[in-house]
Design a protein around this ligand. Structure first.
Ligand SMILES: Cc1ncc(COP(=O)(O)O)c(C=O)c1O
Length: 391
């Protein structure tokens, strides 16, 4: 995934006029640089690089933002997912139902614990797991001799999953819901912020995410005191009350104090940035809706717009035109998980999840960040319109 620095220059009339970035971390940094530097200096002065006071300060701020009782920060979005599954004692013989149209980490953590990811296809309108297919996936898991334990929906591209349907199936089947909110933090589902829906939410603060740090970072959120206690312990080698009396096997999953300090300043402007992202997305949709399939945002949802992804049968032509115009474009994801080499052992076939396959063949993502200027968006949408309608 892009770290947001893959910038390109393009030239108009022979003059360097604009620099379009897929994710512009520099524009944000310019806004808050003084505050970030002051925060970093404070950490250098107190010297508590591991679990310094900024970690608890950030966690309190994140929990308040999400409306969640507990927030436990950690070293990455992947470790956030891992800590959540470890809190449920996931082990070989267990099955977790998830989407094949996601980043590898969602299912990787399941396999890491020796459990089996069982996929359910996406709803083509939202790219998120289709709740109507979850029960059949749980039956399939049973048929394989596995015990279905939980559902891992993903808020793909920032759009919250269809939680009502997912939670209903979860209740009926006695499954937990772990929201992979790596891309969804900042989103809203029917009045509830992502981070406060389901049993545990896990998010990522990878630099290019809507809320990112300057390195790796992540967090889990839950309302459940028991799960929170377990994840606090798992984050630091399964510690008990005494640091050297470990009561379970855990990981080294702490967030650095320096990252927490930086993120406190980023969180302060996050809501404003999410609102700015809505404007960018709305402008894209208005300019492109008649030439490509633009993303749907169902009633009652707010996307965090981690990506603005569109579909077209003319993807290759459009991407070539964008490349020539110096516009960075990414494809998330060219290969669904069931077709990746790492999951070959699951024995899936290309046609098993036709909606994921179809999306993978036609999808591409445009530059997306809160600081895109009107001129840049006009240049991007003009280029795409020309390529999409060329005879
Ligand atoms: C859907 C999803 N899950 C999990 C992760 C893993 O997050 P991290 O890179 O912070 O480990 C990512 C990161 O790209 C993601 O997009």
């Amino acid at each position: 995934m892009s770290d947001g620095r893959d910038s390109l220059w393009f030239y108009m009339d022979g003059n360097a006029q604009m620099k379009i970035q897929f994710v512009d971390l520099g524009a944000q940094q310019k806004r808050i640089r003084d505050k970030v530097e002051a925060r970093i200096k404070k950490v250098l002065d107190h010297g508590q690089y591991i679990m310094g006071p900024e970690v608890a300060e950030l966690e309190a701020g994140l929990a308040a933002y999400a409306g969640a009782k507990h927030c436990i920060s950690c070293s990455s979005g992947t470790d956030a997912l891992l800590m959540a599954l470890m809190a449920y004692d996931i082990k070989p013989g267990d099955a977790l139902i998830t989407t094949p149209f996601t980043f590898i980490a969602t299912a990787e953590v399941v396999a890491l614990l020796g459990a089996t990811p069982v996929f359910a296809d996406i709803d083509p309108a939202t790219f998120n797991i289709n709740p109507a297919l979850v029960s059949a996936a749980a039956d399939k898991a049973r048929g394989m001799g596995l015990i279905p334990r939980g559902i891992i929906p993903v808020d793909l591209f920032g759009l919250p999953a269809d939680f009502d349907g997912i939670l209903e199936t979860a209740r009926q089947r006695g499954l937990f819901v772990l929201d992979d909110a790596a891309q969804g933090f900042g989103g809203i589902y029917k009045g509830k912020k992502v981070g406060s829906i389901g049993d545990i939410s896990a998010t990522s603060f990878f630099p290019a995410k809507p809320l990112g740090c300057y390195g790796d970072g992540g967090a889990v959120f839950t309302e459940d005191d028991g799960l929170a206690d377990k994840m606090v312990s798992i984050r630091i080698h399964g510690k008990g009350n005494d640091k050297y009396d470990n009561i379970r096997v855990g990981i080294n999953g702490r967030m650095d104090t320096l990252q927490a300090a930086i993120m406190i300043e980023k969180l302060a402007i996050f809501e404003e940035e999410i609102v700015m992202r809505q404007k960018v997305a709305a402008a894209y949709t208005e300019a492109l809706a008649d030439v490509v399939e633009v993303p749907a945002v169902p009633q009652g949802y707010r996307s965090a717009w981690a990506q603005y992804s569109v579909l077209s049968d003319r993807r290759e032509t459009i991407m070539k035109a964008c490349q020539e115009a110096g516009i960075p474009i990414a494809v998330y994801y060219p290969k669904p998980l069931h077709m990746q080499t790492a999951f070959k052992y699951l024995g899936c076939k290309p046609g098993d999840f036709p909606e994921s396959q179809r999306a993978a063949e036609r999808i591409f993502s445009l530059p997306m960040h809160p600081y895109l200027k009107d001129g840049e968006m006009g240049y991007i949408t003009d280029t795409i319109r020309r390529a999409a309608t060329r005879k």
